[in-house]
Every structure is written in structure tokens, then in C-alpha cells.
Design a protein around this ligand. Structure first.
Ligand SMILES: C[S@@+](CC[C@H](N)C(=O)[O-])C[C@H]1O[C@@H](n2cnc3c(N)ncnc32)[C@H](O)[C@@H]1O
Length: 357
């Protein structure tokens, strides 16, 4: 009979001495792959034990994903036996063309974001990845085609995207942050706040463990917090290729003062509540100006997403909203507008209390 890549991955890790107490499968109606508890679990139980020798060690924390991607290709080329032994892992990773992040988004649908900062940042990043491939960073790789004949730009940017969105960051024995790829553990999706039910740690002997932070019911998705720089939708879309519907809605990082795509901002929605640091008429004017600057309203976006009336697409410059990526981009701007509208209302309420409005 045929065995899926996920089943093969789990079998292989077990053969290599690991323990796996979860299932890899679809976790939502869109078919997102993730991990699920196979039985009721108590707090502090181990869901995955991954032996240290199955980790793929990449560069230090500051090293770019492009450089790590070149490093991985070199490791594979220099150690054919190891490369062969890791096949079940490589086969569990996303297929070419299915990892969409800042390195791999196509340029054409970026207008749908209605976000020039985010769109420009993606284009700039894509250009950097291409530059590395074309030999523009000789210290990193001098002649890509010569060193890796047959590895196309599409394959290189894909590998870079996967390395960027699948690798973990752990301090080594000297406390230096090291990036590594961890089979099975990288099948676990991201969550934050009260939704997190798993933590991943490295033991003193170098092995990796995923353990529950609270009781988990059989069938529940297992999730852990990736890093602090993807709390907001512009950040997670840029780095990891997903957006989330938060309750309550969250502003994008760039809509908060001094917010950016790369780090957590010092401000939050709470700063717009009565007594908060951002309660001012100037902030109200700034947020209202952002909301007014979009070419469409959220209600118009919703109609476009319904897609029942094909004429709607034509009204907005003939852009189609068909593919999952196009729909995610429109959903992104809708969630951004929702959050702005809600925060503006909250800020107005606060200004009424302080009699500034
Ligand atoms: C480390 S992988 C996790 C496993 C991945 N879902 C898979 O099937 O291989 C990271 C990628 O998973 C997806 N992902 C992780 N957390 C997510 C979430 N909360 N919502 C939607 N997609 C998520 C994104 O595509 C992200 O780039």
C-alpha cells in the first residue's frame, strides 16, 4: 500500500530513536497541515522527543536565510550518505512552489494588499534572494550555477523560504543562538497567548522535546509560539506566509507608532484605551487618515470576496480574486481595516471621557 510523506517521516524518526505522540494531518477547513494530539494529555507530558543527531544545524542567529539555504545545499552535496539518510525529512517539507513568504511571493498580486510598505518590502526581499543567486554576494556564494548546476532560481528561493519559515533558533552550549531544522517539530503550527499548548526545548544532552503546557484533549491541535516578531498580520504574512483573524482584532505593526516588520513594537491596542499612552487627537487624525487612504472599503472587499457578482472584480481594476493567495491578500486588507476601525472607535470613546472630543 502507499504511505504518505507524513507517515514515513514519523516511522523514520521512531526508527532513529525518537518518540512521537502526535499525528500529522489537516487541522482546518482549508486543509492546513499541522499536528494533533492522539490522546488526552496532562500538563508537562512529552509529545515529541527528537534525538540530537536528527537536527540539521545551520548558521548563527544573525545569518540570513539565503546564507543558511546555501549552507544546507553544501551540507547535502558534501555528505551524500547523510543526505540520503535524511530523505524522509526532505520529503516531508513543502513541495516546490507551495512555500509562499517574502522570498517567494509573486509580484503580480501584491497590489491586492493595498499596503505599499508591505508590498515594497516583499519586492525588496525577493530582489535580495535573486541577487544572491545571481552572484551579487560573492562572499556568500560566488557562482551558484557552477557550484550547484541544475538548481534553478525557483528551487533556491523555495529552499530559502522553507529554511526561513521552518528553522528554529536555540542557543548552543556557549549560549550562541543557532538556527536549526528539526524534523517533526517543524510540523507544529504557530499560536500565541492563551492558545499555546506546547513548548519546545533542548535538553542538556542536545536532544529536543515538545511538552504540553497544560492539559490537552485528544484531537486538539498542538501549537507553540514561533517568535515575538510575528504577533501582527503584516509580520506573519511577510515572514511566514499566513494571516490570522484575531479576537479582538490586531492592528498591523506598521499602523502603530514606530512599528515595523522585524520586531515586536513597544505599543499595543491597549494604549488607545482611556488613560493609555496613545490617547490623543493627533493619533486619532493619524489613524483616520490611514483608514481613509484605502482605495476600497471593507464592505466592498467583502463583496469582492463573495465573488458572486463577477462585475465587482472589474470595478477594482479587473484584478481577480480567485486563488488562495489572492484571497489571503484581500483578507489581509480587510482585517487591517477592521482593526483600524475598532481602535479608532476605542480612541474616540477615550477622548470623549477626557473631554478632548
Ligand atoms: C514550521 S511550518 C509548520 C507546518 C506547516 N503547516 C506544514 O504543513 O508543513 C510553518 C508554516 O506553517 C504555516 N503556519 C504555521 N502556523 C500557522 C497558523 N497559525 N496559521 C496558518 N498557517 C500557519 C505557515 O505556512 C508557516 O510558514
Amino acid at each position: 500500500g502507499s504511505i504518505t510523506a507524513e507517515e514515513n517521516l514519523i516511522k523514520w524518526v521512531r526508527r532513529c530513536g525518537g518518540t512521537i505522540d502526535l499525528e500529522i494531518g489537516s487541522v482546518n477547513h482549508k486543509g492546513l497541515r499541522g499536528t494533533v494530539a492522539v490522546r488526552d494529555m496532562n500538563k508537562s507530558q512529552i509529545a515529541v522527543h527528537l534525538p540530537a543527531h536528527l537536527a540539521v544545524e545551520l548558521g548563527e542567529g544573525h545569518v540570513t536565510s539565503e546564507e543558511n539555504s546555501v549552507k544546507l545545499l553544501r551540507l547535502q552535496k558534501q555528505n551524500p550518505a547523510w543526505n540520503e539518510s535524511m530523505l524522509p525529512y526532505w520529503e516531508s517539507l513543502p513541495l516546490l512552489g507551495t512555500s509562499l513568504t517574502k522570498q517567494t511571493y509573486p509580484a503580480e498580486p501584491l497590489d491586492l494588499l493595498q499596503d505599499q510598505i508591505l508590498a515594497a518590502s516583499i519586492l525588496v526581499h525577493g530582489a535580495y534572494t535573486k541577487n544572491v543567486y545571481d552572484g551579487g554576494k560573492p562572499a556568500l556564494i560566488d557562482n551558484f550555477q557552477e557550484e550547484f548546476p541544475g538548481v534553478s532560481y525557483q528551487e533556491f528561493s523555495h529552499l530559502t523560504s522553507v529554511v526561513a519559515s521552518y528553522a528554529f533558533l536555540f542557543p548552543d552550549e556557549e549560549g550562541v543562538a543557532k538556527r536549526m531544522m528539526l524534523p517533526v517539530l517543524d510540523m507544529i503550527n504557530h499560536a500565541d497567548g492563551g492558545d499555546v499548548n506546547l513548548e519546545i526545548m533542548q535538553a542538556d544532552n542536545g536532544d529536543f522535546y515538545a511538552y504540553t503546557l497544560r492539559d490537552v484533549a485528544k484531537g486538539e491541535e498542538l501549537v507553540h509560539e514561533y517568535n515575538t516578531g510575528i504577533y501582527r498580520n503584516d509580520q506573519s504574512l511577510f515572514h511566514y506566509g499566513f494571516i490570522r483573524e484575531h479576537d479582538p482584532p490586531r492592528l498591523t505593526a506598521q499602523d502603530l507608532p514606530a512599528g515595523n516588520l522585524y520586531e515586536a513594537t513597544g505599543y499595543s491596542e491597549e494604549d488607545y484605551e482611556f488613560g493609555g499612552r496613545l490617547v490623543s487627537k493627533a493619533e486619532l487624525a493619524r489613524l483616520e487618515a490611514i483608514l481613509k487612504s484605502f482605495p476600497t472599503t471593507e464592505a466592498e472587499d467583502a463583496k469582492l470576496m463573495e465573488g458572486r457578482n463577477a462585475a465587482w472584480a472589474g470595478l477594482f481594476g479587473g484584478q481577480s480574486v480567485q486563488t488562495p493567495l489572492e484571497r489571503m491578500f484581500v483578507k489581509y486588507r480587510m482585517l487591517r481595516k477592521q482593526a483600524l476601525a475598532q481602535v479608532i472607535q476605542r480612541l474616540k470613546d477615550a477622548l470623549i471621557v477626557t473631554k478632548e472630543l
